[in-house]
Ligand binder design. Structure first.
Ligand SMILES: [Zn+2]
Length: 130
């Protein structure tokens, strides 16, 4: 979770530095991506649209949504109370799966290229047999 928090903080900082704090909406028209204060022309239209989708304000909303999901899947340590045997394991407070539950590797997947990302954090479906 700390790895994800740091990555999201880094992305949010970058988005704010690119105008996510209200410079206006990034748009695309044909092969031109408009960043509000400047534009980039001569792109294939699909690339211009892709750039516009990275609008910093939109990126900040995506990060906020991911932070909300991350908070829901917080660690719930074993209770240690013999009267509550169902609560005597380290698991996810949201879904009760053993840590990490399936949602955390999915949230970490965009950062699989990062030097601090660990192979065991990949979703099960992507780990392969090796
Ligand atoms: Zn969970």
């Amino acid at each position: 979770m700390e790895f994800l928090r740091v990555r999201l903080d880094e992305e949010a900082d970058l988005a704010r530095r690119c105008g996510g704090d209200g410079c206006g909406e990034w748009t695309a028209l044909g092969g031109t991506a408009d960043f509000c204060q400047m534009d980039l022309s001569g792109c294939p239209p699909v690339i211009a649209r892709h750039i516009a989708v990275q609008d910093p304000a939109r990126v900040l909303r995506k990060i906020e949504a991911k932070r909300s999901v991350l908070a829901r899947h917080a660690f719930s340590p074993a209770g240690g109370d013999p009267e509550l045997p169902w609560d005597d394991r380290d698991d996810c407070q949201y879904d009760g799966e053993l840590r990490p539950c399936d949602d955390l590797p999915d949230l970490a997947l965009p950062y699989a290229h990062h030097a601090d990302h660990r192979r065991e954090w990949l979703p099960h479906r992507m780990r392969g047999s090796g």
